[in-house]
Design a protein around this ligand. Sequence first.
Ligand SMILES: Cc1cc2nc3c(=O)[nH]c(=O)nc-3n(C[C@H](O)[C@H](O)[C@H](O)COP(=O)(O)OP(=O)(O)OC[C@H]3O[C@@H](n4cnc5c(N)ncnc54)[C@H](O)[C@@H]3O)c2cc1C
Length: 436
Amino acid sequence: MIKITMTKAQGIAQQIKKANGDKLSLRRKEISHSVPCVGNRKAGTKPVDVSNLREIISIDPVKRTCRAESGVTFSQLVKETLKYNLIPLCVSELKDITIGGAVSGTSIESMSYKYGGFHDTCFEYEIVTGKGEIIRCTPENTPELFEAIHSSFGTLGIITQLAFHLIPAKPYVRMEYIHFNSFEAFSREIYDHYQSQDIDFMDGIIHSSRDLILCLGTFVDNAPYIHTYTKNIFYKSTIKRKEDYIPVYDYFFRYDSDCHWITRNYGLENPLLRSLLGPFLLGSDKLILWAERLPFLMRRQKPDVVVDVFIPLRNAAAFYEWYLETFNYFPLWIVPYASKKFYPWMNPDHVSGLPNTLFIDFAIYGFKQPRNHINYYKILEEKVQELQGFKALITHNYYKEDDFWSIYNRQVYRESKKRLDPQNIFNDLYIKLHQR
Ligand SMILES: Cc1cc2nc3c(=O)[nH]c(=O)nc-3n(C[C@H](O)[C@H](O)[C@H](O)COP(=O)(O)OP(=O)(O)OC[C@H]3O[C@@H](n4cnc5c(N)ncnc54)[C@H](O)[C@@H]3O)c2cc1C
């Protein structure tokens, strides 16, 4: 008798077919990096078990490509590709972000000024659709669907496998910290590097309106000394140091132990607490897990602001001025992000007239909303919309439906939905991201 083994994608397709049109959500092992919310977004849905999608299938050191399942985390991936002195072209700073989540949601980092987001470096997705079909999407065979998957937040289908490019790496990253006292000079320097593409990594940390630091990284073969940032706090190191050398794996996850600086809100920068509680609390995976388990930490009425907003370079100074007047909260993480094109999911009217695709990601992590009548998430949405920007939808969203679709492309979304999930078992994008 011939034993026929089902592929993992076929197993998932079978679960979808058995659900008979009921609403579905993913059940996976990895932690989610959508900002934890009080109230269960998955309520009323049946789980599709995708927890076995954790394998790196192949690495081709000659073509410099990788094929992996969607639940592979960036930490797992980088450890493996470094064995070939290669890395993915985007490494999402936090260890447990998955490659499938990075494409379905939003993921950018210090190589994004060169390569865009992780999805910009992918060339094939295997997807199980809402009809239970298994399809291979490439920019050649299904260009519209391929584009539609990025930022669709799992509402079009389940990504099971991805194929993407890799680039050569060296063992260390040499950091240079350049201090500015005005946003004008700081953003001019960003633009110069964007034009010359002369360094390997670029991000910035604004510590105060008078101390804006550009963190430039270059691969090097040797290091006169090294620092790692598991016990030590990376963002603080940038204030005092002019340069640094960090082993490449540690560079990629330099923000992980403090989940950027969210630990600060819980007193975890105190050295005593760090040494006592560090093993239980430090690391983005542990912090996010505790926030979900202890919902009172999330302040139900006015949750802390944890969000990235992407502002076109030409409007970045105007946004920054407004930010100083309205939030005046630091550190503020800055990630220059040159998307490879204006994506089809963007409403063309919204981006009309922009001279290029360089956006500045202002990442506001951990702003405590004052006890007043203002919803800071909402006023941020309004300002970002006015300045032709985008807000990462991984967090609390308050858009009215028409406003939402004046920023995102309803027509493109509807067409992909009709093709991939006509029964709407994965929920509609607007509804999924706004239900609370
Ligand atoms: C505190 C915080 C800090 C962050 N810092 C960074 C950072 O430094 N750099 C960065 O690049 N990003 C950062 N992010 C953003 C993060 O990369 C995105 O939220 C990303 O989408 C999370 O991926 P995940 O694997 O955790 O997926 P999840 O958060 O679980 O999922 C994101 C969305 O994708 C869907 N999805 C997940 N897997 C699949 C799949 N296989 N198929 C179809 N749909 C799927 C989910 O249903 C969900 O709607 C941060 C987020 C938070 C909350």
